[in-house]
Design a protein around this ligand. Structure first.
Ligand code: 13P
Length: 255
């Protein structure tokens, strides 16, 4: 059984304001800032990244700073967008690409998601590439086919070496923010299919080394059972990452 260090990300989405951000980061630094058995990542909204970077540095925290999005161009006339080098400048080390809300609410294409993934890697950022099926796709028996297609599109042009800097997050769309978690068996089955696809796309060694997170209504009460599955290497957490106790509980459940 390969020894993969669990990774747990907190995706705050478009939530919280400065005072809540300060309280949450102080609480997390205190409760899990010294944890070195889990790679813990928090992804605040862009406008609070610098503030969070300073608080993490001041506390010598092991928590890594992530961004929820990135643009693939290096600089120029792209009103409203943020480049990889800007993120690196303020201490961001990892970015999300392909999140279901960016795919299905903001209308991002697989091509754009791939361009963002490549630009982030090229700049030396790590990437959490998010994939996952919608409810009608699950009901039509297409879960694995959708995940594998999103994997192929998202990772097009990503080298074997760059796979060291990739985490995959399997987030079934119907489970996000709904309270409907995939059962541990269903999640494990999807993760197993993803890992098998990575073995075909790259190699068995690479597939064995890549962390695959589960996301979708993951809470302190169900995290341990999910993370106990052989191919679930942590989680990407939305709602429960906004509360110190809940997120710390989930991180502690991972290792
Ligand atoms: P919830 O944990 O709120 O379901 O969100 C999951 C998610 O989308 C994390 O990126």
């Amino acid at each position: 059984m390969p020894n993969r260090k669990p990774a747990v990300g907190g995706n705050w989405k478009m939530n919280l304001h400065a005072a809540d951000v300060d309280a949450l980061v102080d609480g997390l630094n205190e409760q899990i800032g010294a944890n070195n058995t889990v790679d813990t990542i928090i992804c605040p909204p862009f406008v609070y990244l610098q503030r969070v970077a300073e608080k993490l540095a001041a506390a010598s925290s092991n928590i890594q700073l992530g961004a929820q999005d990135i643009y693939y161009q290096a600089n120029g006339a792209y009103t409203g967008e943020i480049s990889a080098s800007m993120l690196k400048d303020i201490g961001v080390s990892i970015v999300l690409t392909g999140h279901s809300e960016r795919r299905h609410v903001l209308g991002e294409s697989d091509t754009l998601i791939n361009a963002k993934t490549l630009a982030a890697l090229e700049a030396g950022l790590d990437v959490i590439l998010c994939i996952g099926e919608k409810i009608e796709q699950r009901q039509a028996g297409q879960t694995d086919a959708i995940n594998i297609a999103q994997l192929h599109y998202g990772l097009a042009g990503v080298t074997a070496e760059q796979m060291q800097n990739i985490i995959i997050a399997y987030e079934p769309v119907w489970a996000i923010g709904t309270g409907m978690t995939a059962t541990p068996d269903d999640a494990q089955s999807a993760h197993d299919a993803i890992r098998k696809a990575l073995a075909i796309m790259y190699s068995q060694d690479i597939a064995d080394a890549v962390r695959i997170q589960y996301g979708g209504s993951c809470k302190p009460g169900n995290a341990a059972e999910l993370f106990a599955q052989p191919d679930i290497d942590g989680g990407l957490i939305g709602g429960a990452s906004l509360k110190t106790e809940d997120f710390a509980g989930i991180v502690n459940a991972a290792g």
